[in-house]
Ligand binder design. Structure first.
Ligand SMILES: Nc1ncnc2c1ncn2[C@@H]1O[C@H](COP(=O)(O)OS(=O)(=O)O)[C@@H](OP(=O)(O)O)[C@H]1O
Length: 149
C-alpha cells in the first residue's frame, strides 16, 4: 500500500499522539476487561521524552471546536456517547479502510461505518456533534496532504 497510515491513540482529543509503531490500541475497557491483550496499554500521562509527539502547530491554525462541560461522559453505560478512543489517520488510498476492518474484527471494538469527516468538514460543529457520531474508532483518511490534524 502506498502512503502511510497511523493509528492515533487518544486519551482525549487534546492529548492525542500518533503511533508510528504498534504499541497500544486501547487500555482497559470500562468493564475492566483488558482489550487487545498483546498490545501495551496507553500511557495516560502522555509521551515520554523519547517518544515522538503529535505536531502542535496545526491545532493553533484552526479554531478550537466547541467544547461542552466535559470531553466525554465518563460513564461506561451502554448507549453512552463518547469521543473516539482511537483515530485511524491516513492518506487517501493509503489502506485506512483495511486497517479499520482488521481492528474491528475484535469484539470489543465499535467503529463507525462511514467516515465522519470531523476534522476537515464538520470541525465547526463541535465536539458534541462528534461525540454523537460516537463509537470507539473513527476512520479519517481525509487529511490527505493538508495536515489538518
Ligand atoms: N494490504 C494491501 N495491499 C495493497 N493494497 C491494499 C491493501 N489494503 C488495501 N489496499 C488498497 O487500498 C485502497 C483503499 O485505500 P483506502 O482505504 O485508504 O481508500 S480511501 O482513500 O479511504 O477510499 C484499495 O485500492 P483500490 O482497490 O485500487 O481502490 C485497496 O485495494
Amino acid at each position: 500500500v502506498c502512503g502511510t497510515t497511523f493509528l492515533c491513540c487518544c486519551d482525549d482529543l487534546g492529548r492525542s499522539r500518533l503511533l508510528g509503531a504498534p504499541r497500544c490500541l486501547r487500555g482497559p475497557s470500562p468493564s475492566g476487561q483488558k482489550l487487545l491483550q498483546k498490545s501495551l496499554p496507553c500511557d495516560p500521562h502522555g509521551p515520554t521524552p523519547s517518544e515522538p509527539s503529535a505536531p502542535s502547530a496545526p491545532a493553533a491554525a484552526v479554531p478550537a471546536p466547541r467544547l461542552s462541560a466535559s470531553n466525554h461522559s465518563g460513564s461506561p453505560k451502554l448507549g453512552t456517547k463518547r469521543l473516539p478512543q482511537a483515530l485511524i489517520v491516513g492518506v487517501k488510498k493509503g489502506g485506512t479502510r483495511a486497517v479499520l476492518e482488521f481492528i474491528r474484527v475484535h469484539p470489543d471494538v465499535r467503529a463507525l461505518g462511514t467516515e465522519p469527516h470531523f476534522f476537515d468538514r464538520n470541525y465547526g460543529r463541535g465536539l458534541d456533534w462528534y461525540r454523537h457520531r460516537g463509537k470507539s474508532i473513527t476512520l479519517s483518511s481525509s487529511f490527505q496532504s493538508r495536515n489538518r490534524i
